[in-house]
Design a binder for this molecule. Sequence first.
Ligand code: ADP
Ligand code: MG
Ligand code: MG
Length: 514
Amino acid sequence: MSSLTGGFYPPTLDDALEKDRLVQTIKDWTIANGLAVRPPPAVASNDSGGILAMSAPVTLFPSPFSKSCFDEATAIQTQYNELYARISQDEEFLSGLVQEVAGGDEFIANLWNVHLRVKEEGYVQNLALGLFRSDYMVHQDGDNLQIKQVEFNTIASSFGGLSARTSQLHKHLAKTEYPLLKDAVPRSSMDLPANDSAEGLAAGLAAAFSAYGKSALGHPTCVLFLVQDGERNVFDQRHLEYALQQSSDTDPTPVFRLPFSQILTHTTLAPSGGGRQLLYHPPHNPAFTFEVAVAYLRAGYGPGDYASPTAWEARYQLERSAAIACPSVLTQLAGMKKVQQVLATPPSVSATPSALRRFMPSESAHTALWKTFTNIYPLDTTPAGQEARRLATDAEECKKYVMKPQREGGGNNFYRSAIPQQLKGIPEEHWGSYILMEIITPPPVVNTILRNGQLEHGGVICELGVYGTCLWDQGTGEVLQNEESGYLLRTKGDQSEEGGVAAGFGCMDSCRLV
Ligand code: ADP
Ligand code: MG
Ligand code: MG
């Protein structure tokens, strides 16, 4: 049977022996190559040595993905980087949107307050680094396939480390295993795109590290990864760290990991001179003091990391310091779903000229980005918001939508028929803190997921993420680095609404372009 037509791909593996062989190969390759996560707490509690790792959930085969959609999404990434760098610099625009959602969203209000406090005393660092990820699904409308943006991430864009490994895994299998199956998949039929997401993101960190320059205080400089306590996705982060350290043979970049909850314990601001350098005091050796050139947040994106007022003081310390923040508070806020909604609002229903047009005056860039938007509505009291409120509360209409708060990290949205019920529990004056987005419906794809040693076979939904790295000057607007930096394909069972790998819904995948 030919897989060239796409009709018989991926093979169903009816033979138990060949299925076992493929599964064993994947189990071993994933551990041998660090496509892995730490075990869940129930298992980890019996691992007193803290040595256990387990394979990250993966598909047995790379999922078919439209080549033209893939090419389009990767081609526009540098324009997306530029767009979000510009939004981050437009404090007035962000301020307006924060005011619209902050009433019903204490977390956004608190973030904004951190920015206001630092603004009052003056920022000492103008450089800002974005390690972005623009997420898409392919929308099928009859025979027509279009790439549509799910969201744009400006903080803690994860899986760049594991994603490059997943591409390598599938390339390895395409070379060694798939051609041996009874339903052989010839290697020539597998168009598997290159994916240097780990190196790409590390290159962004390296650019910021180098732009920071030498310490005026005579300390060695470092990159500080701010992470969550008990992070299971630690190898994803480690791959970026290793790629960063390997990017220079002569002078390896010092990288440290610090739990977000311990920022105030192990960092201080330089006491004299007003430079507000962020100093890191490694607990393992008090003889050392490092000056933090880049503070890379893999935490701090949601309220869970700010359980105490001290955590907000910690974020304030990062923000007012001279370290290049990835991201700054303004860049984090640029990733609000509210921003995406305003960008996707056509000028005819918006009070002001299209926000996208204002940020991207170039006709070609505007057209390219605009095409990737699907309908997103405010839930406020404007005429467009009133219409969206009608759709969201109607028992039939609501089935076409997802309702999102200003949150990151998965598990926060409300889907279809759950929307009216959810709105009933929210005071109407706070409905404007949410946005209403049309559900994107990808073409049907079948695949098999290997998760916790078990196979799950069936219909799947794929979400493409394209990484982008951008370093710019908040003062002058000058862009010092702007790159497309590889991709992520996350796949979930088609019965699941959410797709987060870390949240336990999705799995790692890669693209077989068709
Ligand atoms: P988060 O920032 O928490 O990741 P997302 O906007 O990415 O929030 O939504 C989480 C998940 O919900 C996505 O990964 C996707 O699986 C699903 N989802 C979100 N928006 C849509 C949409 N418009 N159509 C279909 N699925 C969506
Ligand atoms: Mg997100
Ligand atoms: Mg998401």
